[in-house]
Design a protein around this ligand. Structure first.
Ligand code: IVH
Length: 696
């Protein structure tokens, strides 16, 4: 692996040589093109979707290979190549991948937000240090694994907080950043520059990350792979209250601007700390290769005790004049480099496979491992996902298996030791009956999961449904935690969600650990839940695949349980986000007499079984029209335009097709959309034209 500090090179002009070798070179040129495409896609998955499908290490290796190939073929230079720009969390990336409707102000960075050259090899780090001027001091810092942020202060006031975006411009997420308690909104000092910028990393601490994922698991929402993805998803939320609840944190590591105090990076960070910024204490000025290596060795183990994720060490030349001399490449400063810790991997014994039954009856195999230390935590359990996963790795109890935490991802089994010495003790076969209730398992066609069909009689399903019903985003009944539900279930007080509303003070107070006071609190909580709006009641029912957002959309269209009960699959499918599978689940739910009985009792108890009717269209000016919204607007937000379209009887659709009536286009309309519209001859309507159209 070579480190590349190359800026773009112009073609050399030696065409004849290139021609001569072109046949031999062809596969490498193809490889170069394929790598560009693959890395661009990964950037998109990582920065925009927060769901990478490649490990950091694999990504870095491919990026290095691409750099090598680009150095070999300077005539293939392309400013859009992923080697030439940092990954982007914005709408449009170099090769045209796109996401729309983020709703943040986009602001151009005063100084581009760059990345760092990195290496997994300690030898390469030693080489880098040795090549610096002999007297150079090196600041060593932890490399925090979150996402970078740029904070602008004007006259001591925080005025903007920009994500990296594509390195040139970012999203202003100031309202979300203001939820981080350690970041000052205002600095009351008279010795600070009028204007300066602090850069750093936004993180979700391990503890918060785990709590968030636990909550998501309960809600059957997809889990975040690691704290970085969780922090990124959180920072892009449109609801600062939810951001505040999740508990982001930050460390700042770079001060930028004109006429700043200090001649060294270290002095500046020290000053920033005195001004009240969250600057890490784990920063050290080193004077030799040995000192740097000792720092790396120390933090390689010590970092596992930190409350936040780190994935390496950053080395920076301390002297600012020396930094300036070294300068920048297109993507990275030459005065800094990152050493990345290798992904942690351990071999351990797979003692046993056990099976967990979730609230929807899905049976998940779990690996019970001989405990091993991985990235600061002891790992003894890991999910095996489903039968197909186990078969594809051919793992059985008794095998030695590899457990990995790639880029701090939740532990996963990645393979087993193929050796005659290690003997699997048992054959593997997936159970055919439910480990909890003995019902015969079913495997739904097209799904990888086995499921217990005994919804009303299988204990974890019964308890899981009640836990979901009382959870914060559903009926929000405090005082009915997992343990209490288990206790009440054992004592015969709770068998289904309707039983909650039949609980009596004396029954609750008679239980161990629950006095009269907590019993009364619980009853108050139950009483209060009767005011929870219809859309959340619908979510709380726990109909398979009907998550929080889908429930809201359904409740908007069917504003009472009575109308929903008679909805056909076809009518349900007309709702945004509702596909045939969800529609079928809803129809089936209302076909089950047991559910109807429960619903009758809930209604009797006084729950909100209907909501505000959907606003009637105020005109039919757009009736029958399918309208695509694209770009950014001056007079209204995209959501407001969506509501306006609906109020006038039109339909807002996501993508351009033959059926699109017209495109409501603001500034910066996506180039792909524009091209498609032109190809299909679809009219583009400006914001003012649109407002004219719907005016009385
Ligand atoms: S310095 C011009 N210092 O790592 C260089 N970056 O892989 C500015 N990061 O984009 C970056 N900890 O988001 C710097 N102590 C640290 C860091 C750090 C984490 C992130 C940062 C950067 C990325 C590069």
């Amino acid at each position: 692996m070579t480190l590349c500090y190359r800026t773009a090179q112009a073609p050399t002009g030696e065409r004849s040589k290139v021609d001569l070798f072109s046949e031999i070179e062809e596969p490498e040129r193809e490889e170069l093109k394929a790598l560009r495409k693959e890395l661009e896609e990964q950037n998109y998955k990582y920065y925009v979707l927060n769901a990478p499908t490649m490990s950091d290490r694999e990504f870095d290796e491919k990026m290095h290979r691409l750099q090598e190939l680009e150095a070999q073929f300077p005539d293939m230079f392309d400013p859009k190549s992923p080697t030439q720009h940092v990954g982007s969390d914005l709408a449009v990336t170099g090769y045209g991948l796109r996401v729309t409707g983020k709703g943040f102000e986009q602001v151009k960075h005063r100084y581009p937000m760059l990345s760092l050259a990195n290496s997994y090899s300690r030898e390469e780090i030693e080489d880098w240090v040795r090549k610096l001027p002999a007297n150079a001091e090196i600041v060593c810092e932890l490399k925090y694994d979150g996402l970078s942020i740029s904070l602008w202060y004007e006259h001591g006031v925080l005025v903007k907080a920009l994500t990296r975006g594509d390195g040139q411009q970012g999203d202003n997420v100031i309202d979300n950043i203001k939820t981080i308690p350690s970041i000052p909104w205002r600095i009351e000092r008279n010795d600070i520059p009028d204007s300066f910028e602090m850069r750093g990393e936004v993180l979700l601490p391990w503890e918060r990350f785990e709590a968030l994922n636990k909550e998501r698991e309960e809600q059957e929402e997809p889990l975040f792979a690691n704290p970085r993805n969780a922090a990124s998803g959180t920072l892009k939320l449109q609801d600062p209250r939810e951001v505040a609840r999740r508990g982001l944190d930050a460390y700042l590591y770079y001060m930028l601007g004109e006429n700043l105090p200090g001649k060294t990076h270290f002095e500046r960070l020290d000053t920033a700390r005195q001004w009240g910024f969250p600057v890490s204490d784990a920063i050290k000025v080193c004077h030799s290769v040995d000192e740097v290596m000792a720092y790396i060795a120390y933090w390689d183990t010590e970092r596992k005790t930190l409350p936040v994720a780190t994935d390496g060490i950053v080395l920076k030349v301390n002297d600012l004049a020396q930094q300036e001399e070294l300068g920048f490449t297109a993507k990275t400063p030459r005065w800094a480099i990152a050493y990345k810790f290798p992904a942690e991997k351990q071999l351990t014994l797979l003692r046993e496979i056990t099976y967990q039954v979730g609230r929807t009856g899905v049976v998940t195999p779990v690996a019970n491992l001989e405990p091993v230390q991985l990235s600061g935590t002891i790992v003894q359990r890991a999910t095996l996902h489903n039968e197909d996963f186990i078969r594809s790795l051919d793992i059985r109890p008794g095998d030695k298996v590899w457990v990995e935490k790639g880029g701090e991802i939740i532990p996963k089994i990645t393979g087993k030791v193929q050796s005659d010495e290690v003997q699997s003790t048992k054959d593997f076969s997936f159970p055919d009956v439910c480990p909890e209730c003995g019902a015969k398992l079913v495997r739904v066609e097209g799904e990888a999961a086995w499921r217990c069909p005994n919804e009303a009689g299988c204990p974890p399903q019964i308890k899981g449904k009640i836990e979901h019903f009382v959870s914060r985003k559903a009926m929000d009944i405090e005082g009915l935690g997992e343990e209490t539900i288990d206790l009440f279930y054992q004592k015969g007080l709770l068998h289904n969600i309707a039983d909650i509303y039949s609980l009596r003070l004396e029954d609750i107070a008679a239980q161990e650990r629950l006095g009269e006071k907590s019993a009364q609190n619980l009853l108050d909580g139950i009483e209060a839940s009767k005011q929870v709006p219809w859309s959340r009641v619908l979510f709380a029912l726990g109909i398979r695949m009907v998550g929080e957002t889908t429930a809201k959309k359904i409740a908007r269209r069917f504003n009472s349980i009575d109308t929903l009960q008679w909805a056909t699959a076809e009518q349900l499918c007309a709702i945004e986000d509702v596909g045939p599978q969800i529609a079928e689940n809803i129809v089936r739910y209302f076909e089950d007499i047991r559910n109807l009985e429960i619903l009758a009792r809930l209604r009797q108890a006084g729950l909100q079984m209907e909501g505000e009717p959907e606003p009637e269209p105020t005109s039919d000016k757009l009736a029958g029209l399918s309208i695509v919204i694209s770009g950014t607007f001056a007079h209204h937000s995209r959501d407001e335009y969506k509501a306006l379209i609906e109020q006038h009887g039109g339909k807002n659709v996501g993508s351009v097709s033959k059926k699109t009536s017209f495109i409501l286009a603001g500034d910066n309309m996506g180039p792909e959309k524009r091209k498609k519209a032109e190809d299909l001859g679809i009219k583009i309507v400006t914001e003012d034209e649109f407002l004219d159209l719907i005016k009385n």
